[in-house]
Design a protein around this ligand. Structure first.
Ligand SMILES: Cc1cc2nc3c(=O)[nH]c(=O)nc-3n(C[C@H](O)[C@H](O)[C@H](O)COP(=O)(O)O)c2cc1C
Length: 219
């Protein structure tokens, strides 16, 4: 059975990134995959990025998966068993969240082949995507802020395993109550309107993305 793994790189388990991942997961499930979501900011999950132990590069040792023993190890095993991987992250100060980057270091470095740079050690998870959510209101400002370089380069690293794509959700609703915070520069009414009109479309796109990734992986 096709396995699809969803990685939430937002500390919030019910908000924008998580909701989009949830929809992608529903799409993947409807397409016939066995699905699982991991919340990287779960308080029970203690891990760091690559610890430079080089266990994944030892001659004669197991290759392609991070062997560092901490709470991420079982998740790394699931990631390399997955046919489909979808990572989600908010934009944090122009970059993906720190916990998503730490996860990606642990996923990508073991796949880098020091004996043949052109060929990754492993081709799984083959079909992948990244979902980004952000305050940034549109694609033009995304580019003006150079997010297309910083964020997209991060997402395209998953392309070393196989085809990968990116779904953007702009201008997300950030607080339950905008009045509680110093947000004079933010038009809460416009935010609410984006939440009520555009965000449902983004959810639909996420559903279709999850479905497509699983269907593609079955071909
Ligand atoms: C620490 C922090 C840094 C942020 N930096 C940016 C940023 O650089 N650009 C941006 O467009 N939004 C930024 N945001 C807004 C979040 O990306 C946006 O609200 C996102 O949708 C939150 O995802 P979530 O609802 O899944 O938690 C930032 C939010 C936080 C908490």
């Amino acid at each position: 059975m096709t396995k699809a793994l969803f990685i939430n790189g937002s500390p919030r388990k019910q908000w924008n990134t998580a909701q989009l991942l949830q929809k992608a997961m529903e799409g993947a499930k409807d397409a016939g995959a066995e699905v699982e979501m991991v919340n990287l900011y779960d308080r029970n999950l203690n891990y760091k990025g690559c610890m430079s132990c080089f266990a994944c590069k030892v001659k004669g040792g197991r290759k392609g998966v991070c062997l560092f023993k901490d709470d991420l190890q079982s998740i790394m095993e699931k990631a390399v068993e997955a046919d489909v991987l979808v990572c989600g992250s908010p934009v944090y100060c122009g970059y993906p969240s720190a916990n998503l980057r730490a996860f990606m270091e642990r996923l990508i470095f073991p796949a880098v082949n020091y004996s043949d740079f052109g060929h990754p050690v492993i081709n799984k998870p083959k079909h992948s995507a990244t979902i980004y959510t952000m305050n940034c209101p549109n694609e033009q400002i995304y580019k003006d802020n150079a997010y297309d370089i910083l964020m997209d380069v991060n997402a395209r690293q998953l392309g070393m395993f196989g085809p990968t794509e990116i779904l953007y959700s702009f201008d997300t609703y950030q607080f339950n109550d905008y009045n509680r915070y110093e947000t004079a520069a933010i038009d809460e009414h416009r935010k609410a309107s984006v939440r009520d009109t555009q965000f449902p479309k983004d959810l639909e796109k996420a559903y279709e993305l999850g479905k497509k990734l699983v269907t593609d992986s079955m071909i």
